[in-house]
Design a protein around this ligand. Structure first.
Ligand code: PLP
Length: 479
């Protein structure tokens, strides 16, 4: 059939880009990547462009004819890097780091080369089986009970959504799976105000509704108050609601709050509620045994999520959900239509049945590469350094004129303010325009505060201490 193509069409099909050319361009891309990473410290961390500037450099319609890769690559170099915020910059202290270690980048290149769609065991046996083994490695590395199994999602948001969907259907005796939510009782989910907004999104998506996410008061240490949790559940039962589950925060995004996991799980279990622990950021730190007291009791939870793509160097996207028993989640989410059957093998694990999308990337490969390339001991050294340097930096900032530590380091995250709200906001804007470091904000106790999170894979003590230097210089220049 190809023979019958008209000549111009044939030339278009053989035009760029072939696999032979891919080899050459991959080398170019790898060289570019090396230069990029070596030069990161000389770049401003946060993109210094305004909204709309980048899009305006591209034509508004797609090209009809092929362009040479040389031109495409040149445009990439001219347009993209300066319009990016550099998440792998060693002085990225904003949000939480999304670390991409070189070993994980290499694994992603290989996964991209194979470009498999790992929805079923049969569609990628190695992807499924390496995922199973990696879940076991990580479970043991975090010190979790060997009774946990689990899966890999794109994000913690998806894992939390899966857990909330499971809470919903379990509370409704699984009728909702067939009948939907019509005529059912009003469900309630419980979490503290320190939990991430992905929990709010999950209750909305699950049809439970924002108003039925009960934000439980916290104690002085910002962890959920188990007595208040118990009281809220009891009050809801009396009022005719149907409590469904509790989301427990282990390392909140705003200030790094930790709920008392054991006590919260005990309250939940006493009411037969499903529990999900969100340790998206802090979970990685649990490879260090000395930090595990922060989530004491986690072994009794039904579901736990953590993001190796945050602090472990396994690049985005990679969120691991541990499950005490996968059956309830599969009962909520698993479908096996005729066209997805693996004939003659009903008992095998097909991970799409554990999550929302059917299609899946081969994410386990990068976990495998990272754990082998750095070893748990190498990863522990990094995390311990980050925690130590965050404490050192907080100490230095607390001694600076006009600065106040608002929340002390929770692992490697702390917050501070400068004089008042307006001065703090002004300082933040000037710091990020300066570009040597990147910090972001939150509100705490009604105040505008600046977050510092030390967690970039390649940062050094000098990078971290530069935060104090930049703050001193900019505040003395402007105030
Ligand atoms: N939970 C916590 C504590 C987080 O900090 C974040 C993101 O920073 C999330 C959940 C959502 O993570 P993801 O981007 O993987 O959905």
């Amino acid at each position: 059939m190809g023979e019958s193509l008209a000549a111009p069409h044939r030339s278009w099909l053989t035009a760029p880009m072939t696999h032979d050319e891919l080899l050459e361009w991959s080398r170019r891309a790898a060289e570019w990547a090396l230069d990029y990473h070596k030069g990161l410290r000389d770049r401003p961390v946060r993109a210094q462009v305004s909204y709309g500037e980048t899009g305006a450099q591209l034509p508004v319609i797609a090209p009809e004819t092929p362009a040479p890769m040389e031109a495409i690559f040149a445009d990439f170099e001219a347009i993209v890097p300066d319009a990016m915020t550099h998440w792998q910059h060693p002085r990225f202290f904003a949000y939480f780091a999304a670390n991409a270690s070189p070993a994980s980048m290499l694994a992603e290149q290989l996964a991209n080369a194979i470009a498999a769609q790992a929805m079923l065991w049969q569609t990628s046996p190695a992807a499924t089986e390496i995922e199973q083994v990696m879940i076991g490695w990580l479970r043991d590395a975090l010190g979790l009970d060997t009774g946990f199994t689990g899966t890999i999602h794109d994000s913690a948001t998806t894992a939390t959504l899966c857990a909330v969907l499971t809470m919903r259907d379990r509370a409704l005796g699984w009728r909702s799976v067939e009948e939907g939510l019509c005529d059912g009782p009003r469900l309630r989910i419980y979490a503290s105000a320190q939990t991430h907004s992905s929990v709010d999104k999950a209750v909305r998506l699950a049809g439970i509704g924002q108003a039925n996410l009960v934000k439980i008061p916290t104690r002085d240490d910002h962890g959920m108050d188990p007595a208040a949790l118990d009281a809220a559940i009891r009050a809801d039962l009396v009022a005719g609601y149907k409590p469904a589950g509790v989301v427990i925060c282990s390392g909140g995004t705003s200030i790094g709050a930790f709920d008392p996991v054991a006590d919260c799980v005990a309250v939940a279990k006493a009411h037969d509620l499903y529990t999900h622990v969100d340790a998206a950021w802090a979970g990685s730190a649990m490879i260090c045994p000395e930090f595990r007291k922060l989530w004491d009791g986690v072994d009794d939870a039904d579901s736990v999520v953590f993001n190796p793509h945050k602090w472990l160097g396994v690049q985005f996207d990679c969120a691991v959900q541990f499950l005490r028993d996968p059956a309830p989640q599969i009962r909520s989410l698993g479908l096996r239509p005729d066209y997805l059957q693996t004939l003659g093998q009903d008992e095998i694990v097909n991970f799409n049945e554990w999550t929302v999308p059917l299609g899946r990337r081969f994410r386990a490969l990068k976990i495998w590469f990272v754990l082998r390339a750095y070893g748990l001991e190498g990863l522990r050294v990094r995390i311990r350094n980050h925690v130590r340097w965050a404490e050192e930096l907080a100490d230095a900032i607390s001694g600076m004129d006009g600065f106040e530590i608002v929340t002390p380091p929770a692992l490697s995250l702390f917050t501070f303010r400068y004089r008042d709200d307006a001065a703090t906001e002004d300082l933040l804007a000037k710091v990020n325009d300066d570009g040597r470091i990147y910090l972001t904000q939150t509100r705490h106790g009604g105040d505008f505060v600046i977050r510092v999170q030390v967690g970039q894979f390649d940062c050094t003590r000098d990078d971290v201490m530069m935060v104090a230097e930049v703050l001193t210089k900019i505040s003395s220049r402007n105030f």
